[in-house]
Design a protein around this ligand. Structure first.
Ligand code: DAH
Length: 360
C-alpha cells in the first residue's frame, strides 16, 4: 500500500520535527486522535469486504503502532532534553565554602550593660528600672534639687509638653538615672543593693555628647555602709570590667546635691600612641560621680536616715564602652550604621559572664 508508506513518512518526519511537547501533541491528534487521519482510515475498514479489510487492518494497525512508538520515543527524548537544559542552567557548586547567613550583632552599649549586670550581680546587686519620662519630683526634688537650685540649669533638661492652663510642673525626660534610687527605695525599702542601667537625656551634642545617652546608677543602703565599702566596690568593678589584674582609683572631693560627702572618681591610665591602657601610666581619667546618700534623699524615699546609710554612684555607660573598646566618637553609637555595628558588635549568643570572661 503506497498510501500507507507516504502517511508513515509524513508522520514520522512530523514527529521528528516536533520541537516541544505541544507540537508533538498536535501531531498525535492529526494522526491518531479521534478525528485523526489514521483513525478515519480505521473507521473506513468497516465498509471493505472481509479479505481486503483483513489485509488493510493489519497494515493500518502496524502503522498506528509505529507512529505511536515514535511519538512516545520523541516525548521521552524531549523530556530528557528539557531536564538536561535545567541541569545545565540550575547548578550549584557544593564544593564552595558556605556563605554565613547575615546575623545581627549586639550593640556595644547593650554589651556593656550586660557586663555591668554580671559584675554587680556577683556582688549582690539587683537590677532596678524606672521610667524615661519622669516627674520632676523624682528627677530633681527627691534628690535634693529644689526648684531654684542651680543644678537644674546644669542638666539641660528636655521638658514634656503641658496642656494650656496646666500649671503643674511638667514631666521631664530623665536627665540621669538617679531617680531610680528613689523609686527602688520607695519600692523595696532598706537594706537594698541595686544598679539601674538605662537611657537618659540632655540637650547637648558634640563628639562626646549626644542628646540621649546611657548611665548606670548604683545604690547600697544598710546600717553601717561607709565610703570604704564604696571604694572597694568601685575598685572591684573596674578591675572586672576592664579585665586587668589591678586598677588604681583616685577620689576627688566634689559636690552633688544628693550625696554628702561627694566624690568624683578617676582611674589611673596611660595614653601612649593613641592607645588607652587602664591600670598603668601617669594619667587620670574621670569615670564617675559618687558619695554617701544625703539624709534628705533617704527621707524623701521613706528610709529613716537615723537607722540607715549608704553610698550611691553614677557612671556613663557609653563612655565606659568607648574606653573599653577603643571607640573614638560617641555619635557613631546612635547612627545605626550596620558596618559600624559589625565592626564593634558582639556575637548575639555570647552572653557575658564572669567565669567565661566578659568580652571574649
Ligand atoms: N546623677 C549624676 C549625674 O548625672 C551622677 C551621680 C553622681 C550619681 C553622684 C550618683 C552620685 O548617684 O552619687 O551627673
Amino acid at each position: 500500500m503506497d498510501g500507507l508508506d507516504t502517511l508513515k513518512a509524513k508522520y514520522l518526519s512530523a514527529v521528528a520535527g516536533a520541537s516541544d511537547e505541544s507540537a508533538l501533541e498536535e501531531v498525535r491528534l492529526a494522526a491518531l486522535g479521534k478525528k485523526g487521519e489514521i483513525s478515519a482510515m480505521m473507521a473506513g475498514l468497516g465498509k471493505m469486504d472481509p479479505d481486503a479489510r483483513k489485509a488493510a487492518g493489519a497494515s493500518l494497525n502496524a502503522l498506528k503502532d509505529e507512529i505511536d512508538a515514535a511519538l512516545r520515543a520523541r516525548k521521552a527524548g524531549l523530556a530528557d532534553a528539557a531536564l538536561d537544559e535545567r541541569l545545565r542552567t540550575e547548578w550549584l557548586d557544593v564544593t564552595l565554602p558556605g556563605r554565613p547567613r547575615r546575623t545581627g550583632t549586639i550593640h556595644p552599649v547593650s554589651q556593656v550593660m550586660e557586663e555591668l549586670s554580671a559584675i554587680f550581680a556577683d556582688m549582690g546587686f539587683a537590677v532596678a528600672e524606672g521610667p524615661q519620662v519622669e516627674s520632676d519630683w523624682y528627677n530633681f526634688d527627691a534628690l535634693n534639687i529644689p526648684p531654684e537650685h542651680p543644678a537644674r540649669q546644669e542638666h539641660d533638661t528636655f521638658f514634656m509638653h503641658r496642656a494650656a492652663g496646666d500649671d503643674r510642673p511638667p514631666h521631664v525626660l530623665r536627665t540621669h538615672t538617679s531617680p531610680v534610687q528613689i523609686r527602688a527605695m520607695m519600692d523595696k525599702g532598706a537594706p537594698i543593693r541595686v544598679i539601674a542601667p538605662g537611657r537618659v537625656y540632655r540637650m547637648d551634642m558634640d563628639q562626646t555628647h549626644t542628646p540621649m545617652f546611657h548611665q548606670v546608677e548604683g545604690l547600697a543602703i544598710d546600717r553601717d555602709i561607709s565610703m570604704a565599702n564604696l571604694k572597694w566596690t568601685l575598685e572591684e568593678f573596674c578591675r572586672a570590667f576592664f579585665e586587668v589584674p589591678s586598677v588604681e582609683l583616685r577620689f576627688r572631693a566634689s559636690h552633688f546635691p544628693f550625696t554628702e560627702p561627694s566624690a568624683e572618681v578617676d582611674i589611673r591610665c596611660s595614653w601612649e600612641g593613641g592607645q588607652l591602657r587602664i591600670g598603668e601610666g601617669d594619667r587620670w581619667m574621670e569615670i564617675l560621680g559618687s558619695g554617701m546618700v544625703h539624709p534628705k534623699v533617704l527621707r524623701a524615699a521613706g528610709v529613716d536616715p537615723d537607722e540607715w546609710q549608704g553610698f550611691a554612684f553614677g557612671m556613663g555607660i557609653d563612655r565606659l564602652a568607648m574606653l573599653k573598646y577603643g571607640i573614638p566618637d560617641l555619635r557613631a553609637f546612635f547612627e545605626s550604621d550596620l558596618r559600624w555595628l559589625r565592626h564593634y558588635g558582639f556575637a548575639a549568643l555570647d552572653m557575658p559572664n564572669l567565669p567565661g570572661g566578659l568580652s571574649r
